[in-house]
Every structure is written in C-alpha cells, then in structure tokens.
Design a protein around this ligand. Structure first.
Ligand SMILES: *[C@@H]1O[C@H](CO)[C@@H](O)[C@H](O)[C@H]1NC(C)=O
Ligand SMILES: *[C@@H]1O[C@H](CO)[C@@H](O)[C@H](O)[C@H]1NC(C)=O
Length: 305
C-alpha cells in the first residue's frame, strides 16, 4: 500500500517535473513572434524572441537571425524573410535582441569573443541550446545569419561556437574579432576596423578565430559573406578581410579561389568561391547593408535544393 502510494507519487512527480521543464515551449504560440522568458542562463540579459512556424517540421532546423544596430528582434522579424521561409521549410527562428543602448551587439569584449565567456554571444548560444532541447531540433541544421552588427555577431558566433553551427551568412559585417576593444570595452565601436584599416593575412585572421575556442578540433560552419562596394559604414575592405579569415580557417589559398563569377547571383554582384566551406558575394554599387537574399540563404543552409 505504502509502496504503491509512493510509486504513484513518483509518477506524479516525474510527470509534473516534465511539464514544468517543457512549459517554455508549450507556452509559445506558433505563427507569431513571441518573447521567451526564464529560459536559462542569460549572462547579459539579452532578449530572446522566437518564431515557431504553424507548420513545424519534426526535429526542426534552427535559424538564428541577428538584427543590426538600432534594430530589434521585432524589426528584424518584420524586415527579413525568415518568418515566411520558416513556414515554408518548418524551421524555428530565434531573434535575439541586444541589451545595449543603441542596440549594437557586443563584439568587442573578451567575454563575447570567447567560447562560454559570458558575453552576448554566450547568451545567444544558450538560446540555441534551449531551442534544440525544447523542440528536439536537428543539430545538423542549426544556422546563423545577420545584418551589419548582426553580421559581425554572425562571424563571432561561427568563430566562438563552431560546435553549434553548421553554416553562417553575414550581410555586411566585419571579421570575427576585428571589433576587439583593447581596453576590454563592452559593446565598443572600433573605428579602425569599421573604416577598413585593419588588414591581416588569412593565417593571422584564422588565429583570431582559433583563439576564441582554444583546443577545439571539431567541424566548423560553412560561411558565406556578403558586402557592398559602396558601404560607407563598414568599409568594403571588410569584405576582403572577412573572406580572408574564413579561407584561412579552412586552409584555402586566398589568392587562388576555386571560381569567380561576375553577374552572379544577380547583375553587378560577383560570387567568389574559395572552397566548399567559404564563398563571398561582392555587391557592386550597393551600400550598407546588402539586402537579404532569402531564397539563396535557404539553398546555402540546405533547406532548399
Ligand atoms: C580595434 O581593433 C583592432 C583589431 O582589429 C585592434 O588592433 C585595435 O587596437 C582596436 N582598437 C581599439 C581602440 O581597441
Ligand atoms: C580533439 O579534442 C578531444 C576533446 O578535447 C580530444 O579528446 C581529442 O584527442 C582531440 N583530437 C585531436 C586529433 O587532437
């Protein structure tokens, strides 16, 4: 009698604990942008917004879509194609929201530029972990993208959390670690990087990436870098420096790309492929930032063929 009461209680306790654990996802209504709260360790109080499609795939993929300075999760949700694409392909979209005044991302402090360092990048990585768990997501389909400051953070996420992401697409950013603040400033602006004056060899840029997660020896995300030739906010040399960085990480010869194609994927854009893991698209005459190419992103991430 006592035994069966105990076991009944144990069953109840397990069910109840399961319900509490799962309440995060259960509380989220598919088909609209929702804020997630109490989701886990959030070292920088970064906002966590999510879009779960009405037609959620079984073991869905995840796309982290990171906004620009002065932007927000809501603004990027409205201004980017990912919610529509999420309905088409069934993946979950995470829209982090910057906690800093002016809403740039911290891509300058040591904590954000280190794996599990406790910065904004760590907060975003924890959102991804939460989403993987709550939605039984397919860890081979976890991707990151963003524009401007969000593109800087895309490069940082790919560098500091290569274990989480399979691919990244950066729209008009700078290399990972280029915005570093020598004095350790959080969310600092780095003029020499923005102005395209920081120039390194592929090997040196690659080392900046490797140093963010020392001793990591697993796979790294495939990268695609967009930049406009008329960008006056993050000067165009950041295109060369960022593509050098990822070519360096994968050991590709930067000076001998595999292919260069003019007027691809559209008139006056040039696509350069350094190897299977690194490509770049230089948009002649385009300023800050290059418009998102959602259908192409879906191909790059492997959702579309
Ligand atoms: C800006 O970043 C570069 C590296 O990209 C670094 O050498 C420089 O010291 C940084 N500027 C400041 C003010 O920290
Ligand atoms: C890669 O890292 C793992 C975990 O740190 C380690 O056990 C393994 O020996 C490393 N492999 C190589 C080839 O360095």
């Amino acid at each position: 009698m006592l035994l069966s009461t105990l076991s009944l209680f144990a069953t109840f306790a397990t069910t109840f604990a399961g319900a509490v654990r799962g309440r995060g996802a259960a509380a989220i209504t598919p088909g609209s942008l929702q804020q997630v709260s109490n989701w886990g360790t959030n070292p920088t109080k970064t906002g966590f917004y999510i879009y779960v499609p009405k037609k959620l795939a079984t073991n869905p993929g995840i796309v982290v879509a990171i906004h620009y300075c002065t932007g927000s999760a809501q603004a990027y949700y409205n201004g980017s194609p990912y919610k529509t694409l999420s309905e088409q392909y069934g993946f979950v979209v995470i829209y982090p929201s910057s906690p800093h005044s002016g809403t740039c991302w911290d891509v300058s402090s040591k904590s954000s530029l280190s794996h599990n360092g406790g910065g904004d990048s760590n907060a975003i990585a924890n959102m991804v972990q939460w989403t993987i768990k709550e939605y039984s997501a397919d860890t081979s389909k976890v991707f990151v993208t963003g524009s401007s400051s969000g593109a800087m953070m895309t490069n940082v996420m790919a560098a500091a959390y290569p274990d989480l992401f399979k691919a990244g697409i950066a729209y008009s950013g700078v290399p990972a670690g280029c915005f570093v603040s020598q004095s350790g400033g959080v969310d600092a602006w780095n003029s020499s990087c923005a102005n395209g004056q920081v120039k390194n060899s592929p090997a040196k840029w690659a080392q900046v990436v490797l140093d963010m997660y020392p001793n990591y020896n697993g796979t790294r995300p495939k990268m695609q870098i967009y930049h406009g030739s008329s960008d006056s906010t993050l000067l165009p040399n950041n295109y060369q420096e960022t593509t050098k960085q990822w070519a360096g990480v994968f050991g590709y010869n930067y000076d001998k790309p595999e292919s260069t194609k003019s007027n691809s994927p559209q008139n006056s854009y040039t696509t350069t492929v350094w190897g299977p893991m690194v490509s770049g698209i230089y948009a002649q005459g385009v300023g800050h930032t290059v418009p998102i190419r959602g259908a192409d992103d879906m191909k790059f991430f492997g959702f579309a063929t």
